[in-house]
Structures are given as C-alpha cells and as structure tokens.
Design a protein around this ligand. Structure first.
Ligand code: UD1
Length: 426
C-alpha cells in the first residue's frame, strides 16, 4: 500500500515544536564534501528522503559515508578517485543531484550528470549552471543523455540571467578550486547559499559576499576537512507558523532563525497573526479573524516560493479577496485544484491565485504534488470538517522530518498508513 496520511480536522494547535536542519542547506553541503579527500562531518542533518538520496549518490561516486540518522550526523570521506557520474536512476529523484557537477569538475577536471528530477512545478532549466561552467573555462556538452563538463577552471566574472539557488551553489562549488578570482553577479542571496559558503570557508575556501547578490570566490589549490552544523530549516519553521495561525492556535517554534523568515512573519502580522520572536524562537498565536491581503513569491529576502502554497492555504480563512502571485516558478499552483476539492474558493489567472475567504473547508481525498504543496494540504486538513486523506506522501517525506509526529505533538490528529518511508540509505 502506498503510504498516505489521514488527517482529522480539529481544534487549535498548542505547544512547542522544533525545526530540523535545513534541507536546502544540507544538500549543497553534502555535495561540498566531495571537494576534499579529508573527512567532513555535517551535523543537524535532517533525516529525510532527499538527504538519503544524495548520500546514496555520494557513496556511488566512491565516497565513504558514515551516516547516523538518529544522531542527525554524517561523516563523508571522499578519499580516492571519484566516479565520473552518479547513476542516472538516482539522479532522477531530485534536482539537487546536479550539485555534484561543480565538485566533480573542480576536483577531477571532469564531471557528468543526467538531467535531474524533482518536484513537478514547471520547467526547471539548467542554463545558469551550464553557462557558468563555460564562463569558468569548462567545455560543456551532452553525451549519451548526460551533461558532461570538463577542463581546467579559471576564475571569471559572470552575470547570472536569474539568481538561481542551485545554480549559484554549483558555480561556487566549482569556483572554489579554480585558478584566480570568480565574481558571481546576480547571485542568489538565500540563507542556504550563505550556509554553503560558511562550510566551504571552514574547509579552507575564500569566499566573500555570500548571502548578497555579488559573491567573490578566490580559488585555492586544495580544501581540507571540516565539522559543520547546519542552519535550521526556515521553510519547515514557516510551515508550523502557518499551521498555528490557521488553527487559531498558540505554538512556540524553537530552533529557528526568525531573521530568515522576515517576509513571512511580516505578512502574517499584516493579516492578523500575533508573533513574538527572540533570536532562536517564535511564538505564533491567532486570537481574532484574519484579513485578506496580496502577496508575491519572489527570491530571498522576499516571500519564499516554498511558502507560497502555505500562505494561499491560510488566506482561504481570511476575510475578503486575497491575491497571491507566484513569480519564481511558472507552474506552482497545481495544488489549488486539490484545495478546491476541500471546498476552497480559489481561481487561478496565469501565475496568480485569487482566494475568496473565509471558506469552511471539508475533508477530501487529495494528492500531494510537491513537497511544499503536500504540507499545505495537511495544514488545510487541520481545519477541515471531517477526514482528509493525503495520497503520495513520498513527496512530503522528501523534505519534512517526522512531520506527522511533530504535528501530533501539537495536538493534531494524523495517522500515517502504509509502508515505512523508503529512504535510500548509503
Ligand atoms: C531551490 C530550492 C527550492 C526553491 C527554489 C527557489 C533546493 C534544493 N531547492 O531550487 O526548494 O523552491 O530554490 O527558491 O535548494 N532557472 C533558470 N535557469 C537555471 C536554473 C533556474 O531559468 O539554470 C529558473 C527556474 O526555471 C525557476 C527559477 O530560476 O523559474 C528559480 O529556480 P532556482 O532558484 O534554480 O530553484 P532551484 O535552485 O532548483
């Protein structure tokens, strides 16, 4: 039986919950461990399927992987020569697999990778990555269905067509061992890019400006091992904040950096949610009605596209008409049809969702299309009348650790049915 969630709509969520380590920081940091022959230890590693998938790839490439999921820790030692490419079938599972290209190219002078898979949220081209590798002096071509990049890398100044997150990370991973200085203009400024730069600097790289839109990398001849603790997952923390708000609850979220969630918190306050914050925790409460608003999903520090479905879901309970614009991905509103099955009154126009609220929601059988849309459907189910069945929870489990269990700790009624999560383990 395919795993699924059964969620009973119920009362307000109350209590304490912690965010795990950030998925989107874990993946580039794991790829970075390929850049040195010395062991690298990554702590606060979330126990999620995407991490298991990337660890399987590292191991197939020839790295020794010592993973302790319960301790949220892995040590990777990529001592010997590495294989040229990860197995195609492993690459198909997630987009971040393509992050092994930068390190392979930098370390071995040649890297190859099939076109990566991932969420079904529209076209996800790789031109930013490939143009950047070319700007660094690599020869980039396709051979037998794989992208292949080879050559000796030299630092270069480059302007990205779009501040792609994985693109910026892949180019940093390649540039750290290139000869001379690389300047990446119009780089992604997400906190996860800065986290990768922190790890790389701990490994001996020279990087300035990560977390801003201009990143300067001065190449070094070799990198060494490091011990690094991942930042908290801002999207997971934001998910709990929205769950607290939609249920009219009172939830303390710890292990979070509120500064990384500024756009969401400001939007939540604007619509009537009370939030107290200190350096590492948030208290999210809702005592009155919510007000409609407009919102746009844009690159950081604006509202994250990974929170877009959650914000739209919350606005189904706000008074009036709200508009949410998705400006990062061309097709990230597929979940709207699922929310409609639950009674939501939402229409889409191009990349905008127009939400009429407040609408009572009711239980339904719904399908999780991507990791964040699945979380949004669970959040909707928390306030729906009756039972919701979420199918395809494999998407949810790619990115959320113990999601059902954490929500149950706050008083939600959620049951997981079906086989245990099939996390590919290294
Ligand atoms: C990362 C995150 C994902 C998040 C997204 C946007 C990881 C593992 N995933 O994905 O959770 O939703 O950032 O914050 O970190 N684009 C191009 N050319 C390229 C690459 C991207 O045009 O070469 C476009 C895409 O089509 C899309 C936009 O850039 O419209 C954003 O994509 P990008 O920032 O690359 O997202 P990812 O890095 O794949």
């Amino acid at each position: 039986m395919e795993p699924l969630y059964r969620v009973q709509g119920g009362g307000p969520l109350r209590g304490d919950v912690g965010a795990s380590g950030a998925k989107n920081a874990a993946l580039p940091c794991l790829a970075a461990t390929l850049l040195t022959a010395e062991p690298c230890t990554i702590r606060n590693l979330p126990d999620i399927a995407d991490v298991g998938g990337l660890l399987a790839i590292l191991s197939q490439l020839g790295a020794e992987v010592d993973h302790d999921p319960a301790a949220h820790r892995v040590t990777v030692r990529a001592a010997g020569p590495l294989a040229e490419a990860p197995p195609d079938q492993l690459v198909g599972n997630q987009r971040a697999s393509f992050l092994v290209m930068g390190p392979l190219l930098a370390r071995e002078g040649r890297g190859a990778c099939a076109a990566p898979g991932g969420d079904l949220i529209g076209q996800r081209p790789l031109d930013v990555h490939l143009r950047g590798f070319r700007a660094l002096g690599a020869d980039v071509r396709t051979e037998a269905g794989r992208f292949v990049a080879s050559g000796r890398l030299r630092g270069a100044r480059m302007v990205l067509d779009y501040p792609s997150v994985l693109g910026t990370e892949n180019l940093m991973l390649a540039a750290v061992r290139a000869e001379g200085e690389t300047v990446i203009v119009n780089a992604a400024a997400e906190p996860e890019v800065a986290a990768l730069a922190d790890l790389l600097c701990a490994m001996g790289a020279r990087i300035r400006g990560a977390g801003s839109h201009t990143i300067t990398v001065t190449g070094v001849a070799a990198l060494h091992g490091a011990d690094y603790t991942l930042i908290p997952d801002r999207i997971e923390a934001g998910t709990f904040a929205v769950a607290a708000a939609i249920t009219g609850g009172d939830v303390r979220i710890h292990d979070v950096r509120p500064r990384h969630l500024e756009a969401l918190l400001s939007k939540l306050r604007e619509i009537g949610v009370e939030i107290d914050e200190d350096d590492e925790a948030l208290r999210v409460r809702r005592r009155g009605p919510l007000q409609a608003t407009t919102a746009q999903a844009v690159p950081y520090p604006g509202l994250a596209t990974d929170l877009q479905a959650l914000v739209t879901t919350l606005l189904t309970q706000a008074e009036g008409v709200s508009t949410v614009n998705e400006r990062v991905f061309e097709n990230r509103l597929g979940y709207v049809a699922e929310l409609r099955k639950m009674g939501a009154r939402i229409v889409t126009a191009g990349s905008a969702a127009i939400v009429q609220g407040p609408t009572p929601l009711h239980g339904a059988v719904v399908q999780g299309l991507d990791v964040r849309a699945s979380a949004a459907l669970v959040v909707a189910a928390l306030v729906a009348d009756g039972e919701t069945e979420l199918r395809d929870v494999v998407h949810l489990e790619r990115g959320y650790e113990d999601f059902g269990e954490k929500l149950r700790g706050l008083g939600a009624v959620i049951e997981r049915r079906g086989v245990a999560p099939e996390t590919p383990r290294a």
